[in-house]
Design a protein around this ligand. Structure first.
Ligand code: ZN
Length: 255
């Protein structure tokens, strides 16, 4: 997940992709090159829930545990399993050279099969294009948490719990016709605990946002700024915060 993040957000992104190259020479002449790189297992796009599923299957649903791997250089012993869940794996290619002629082969089902000319990282590039939504989710979720001098593993849903107001909960108001995905990162909201309808920090527009995007891209929870909703299951979202101006201001009529 961190490889995908750095690949799409850093100028030198390709340097973050694990690879190997092995060149075979005969009497000073290049004969064959073996190349190993990250590639997709097949051409199918992965499910919209892939990010949420990896978080819940490997990190107890806590993005902080994923971010924490950065403190020891991003090493993850379960890497190969997570890759498979993201429809990725390490693949090997071969290029045979005879004079100026080049022939390319790809290892598939334990044998080399001839393929059209290969571009370095071409497979990964088309994977990223095919799974643009996963890329968008990873970039928005990890962008504000990982950077020069930043390694923020705090949980957005824990921070939003502070905005749950018992008086608002008591009203029993539900979001009418709730959205299915976050307007900012596009993560499916069904796997989220909180969602908000909040004004953006940088624009004068409001958006339906997951917990992470509410914290990092939203202007806050409060009267006229943002309303907080809690997932009650079955696609029902209960208004739990941001309805009254302040917790001690019971006369407020809401937004
Ligand atoms: Zn989001």
């Amino acid at each position: 997940m961190l490889t995908l993040f750095f690949t799409v957000t850093q100028e030198t992104g390709a340097l973050y992709v694990p690879t190997y190259t092995l060149a075979i020479q005969n009497e000073g002449e290049l004969r064959r090159i073996y190349i190993g790189e990250l590639s997709s297992l097949d051409d199918n796009p992965i499910s919209a829930d892939a990010f949420t599923n990896v978080l819940s299957n490997y990190y107890e649903g806590d993005i902080g545990m994923l971010v924490m791997t950065m403190t020891w250089g991003g090493y993850e012993a379960r890497d190969i399993d997570i890759l498979e869940d993201l429809n990725l794996g390490y693949g090997s290619f071969r290029c045979d050279a005879q004079g100026d002629e080049r022939q390319f082969y790809r290892m598939k089902n334990r044998r080399w099969r001839q393929v059209p000319a290969l571009q370095p990282f071409g497979e990964l590039k088309s994977y990223l294009e095919r799974n643009e939504r996963l890329v968008r989710i990873i970039a928005h979720k990890l962008g504000p948490r990982i950077g020069p001098g930043i390694c923020d593993g705090s949980r957005a849903d824990r921070q939003l719990e502070d905005h749950v107001d018992p008086l608002t909960v008591k009203q029993g108001k539900y979001y009418i016709d709730p959205p299915n995905e976050c307007d900012i990162c596009s993560i499916p909201l069904s796997g989220e605990t909180f969602m908000s309808d909040t004004r953006l920090k940088e624009h004068d527009a409001a958006a339906n946002m997951c917990a992470d995007c509410t914290i990092y891209y939203g202007a806050g929870i409060g009267w006229g700024v943002g309303q907080l909703y809690r997932n009650e299951g079955d696609g029902k979202w209960l208004l739990v915060g941001g309805f009254f101006g302040a917790k001690d201001d019971d006369d407020s009529t809401g937004p």
